[in-house]
Design a protein around this ligand. Structure first.
Ligand SMILES: Cc1ncc(COP(=O)(O)O)c(C=O)c1O
Length: 389
């Protein structure tokens, strides 16, 4: 028995995944397989660090200490072989707000910003709500695996005079861990056309051999000079509610521009429990993470094997990284809302593929960072749903 087999009641803890079901799906009696957090307890050391901070009883203003910066530098070195300097680090309460801040800092209203759908939908919102032009460089689906369309990217950068590309690396929802060749080609194109790269690497730690995450900015100092890399312990150790994330920006001019945006927002630091949790996770979490990755990999495999055997009309993309499984339901021939409802009435709330933009239609996303029994029950319900057609 693994520690991750424990089914923990999350209702009543303000967990959007569970307590948001009624608002978003109109019913609560379903398995929530949508929001990308884990139904696992974080490493004990994280809870202990937070309890220690809470026991002190004074919750005044904070500074992010050097020790937090050091653990991030060490983590990047040991896990991703990237030598980051402490001065390159800025902090913010979330990766999504940092994307918004980068858009605001480095582009002007009306400028084109490119994304690669199907992709995590808040990318669209951060671009459009900042009144920039959202431009899609759709991924290509080849033999059940996504690839980047570089010809289309270069053409769109030129025709739209794009100023920025927002990369999702590893990719949510497609599960791709981009290779060195792919990242190099992307960065060469950005460099050639003077385009900033915002690399959202929030899923970076959730990969394992033979798939190796490479921070785009670590591939060359030339690429680092135009890249904003966004990292966080939130996906890795299930700390999203602590709202602590970091930006790694080697280029001083870019860093200063981001700092000005944060200053305009009155945003200078992290909350005390976020600092405690983030530091403890990066300092002590490796062993927990390896165990979690083993468990998640088995869950993803279970989904694939179950579907191949019992629901052959859907096709499961086993992720190369992270815990989101992308399921091709196009052969069922249902419009997206009906597809979502089909699974919902059979007791499963899934991520609706259409919301991830062009190319996501007819797909569903399953979060498998939960006890195995929940994954098994999800698959049983999905089978019944498809059989009911
Ligand atoms: C690619 C990606 N970026 C960002 C986030 C959310 O980041 P944050 O909660 O730090 O804003 C998610 C969450 O699912 C994600 O998948």
């Amino acid at each position: 028995m693994s520690r991750f087999d424990e089914v923990i009641e999350r209702r009543g803890t303000h967990a959007v995944k569970w307590d948001g079901l009624k608002t978003v799906f109109g019913r609560e009696d379903v398995l929530p397989m949508w929001v990308a957090d884990m139904d696992f307890k974080a490493p004990d050391e994280v809870s202990e660090a937070i309890q220690k901070a809470a026991a002190h009883g004074i919750f005044g203003y904070t500074i992010v200490p050097d020790s937090t910066k050091e653990v991030i530098v060490n983590w990047m070195q040991s896990r991703h072989h990237w030598s980051v300097q402490k001065e390159w680090l800025l902090f913010n309460h979330g990766v999504v707000p940092s994307i918004g801040a980068a858009v605001e800092a480095l582009t002007k209203p009306g400028d084109a910003v490119i994304v690669q759908p199907p992709v995590y939908n808040p990318f669209f919102e951060m671009i459009e709500r900042n009144e920039r032009k959202l431009v899609h460089n759709e991924l290509l689906l080849k033999d059940g695996r996504y690839e980047m369309d570089f010809a289309d990217l270069e053409e769109k950068i030129q025709t739209e005079k794009a100023k920025m590309v927002v990369l999702c690396s590893p990719h949510n929802p497609g599960g791709r861990v981009w290779t060195k060749e792919e990242l190099t080609t992307l960065c060469e194109i950005c460099e050639k056309h003077n385009v900033y790269l915002v690399s959202d690497e929030i899923h970076a730690d959730l990969t394992r051999e033979p798939n190796k995450h490479l921070p785009a900015a670590s591939l060359s100092e030339r690429y680092a000079a135009f890249t904003v890399t966004l990292v966080a312990p939130s996906k890795t150790f299930n700390l999203a509610g602590l709202q602590a994330s970091a930006l790694i920006i080697p280029n001083k001019d870019i860093r200063t521009r981001l700092q000005k945006v944060f200053a305009r927002q009155g945003q200078f630091t992290l909350n005390q429990l976020g600092i405690a949790g983030m530091e403890a996770a990066y300092r002590h979490g490796s062993e927990w993470l390896e165990e979690a990755l083993d468990y998640i990999q088995e869950n993803a495999r279970l989904v694939k094997e179950y579907a191949e055997k019992n629901i052959p009309s859907i096709s499961v993309m086993e992720p190369e990284g992270s815990y989101l499984v992308w399921v091709d339901c196009r052969s069922l021939g249902l419009p997206d809302k009906e597809l979502l409802d089909l699974f919902l009435v059979h007791g499963v709330a899934l991520g609706n593929g259409a919301k991830y933009g062009p190319g996501g239609e007819g797909f569903m996303r399953i979060n498998v960072a939960c006890p195995r029994a929940t994954v098994e029950e999800t698959m049983n319900r999905m089978k019944k749903a498809v059989e009911s057609l």
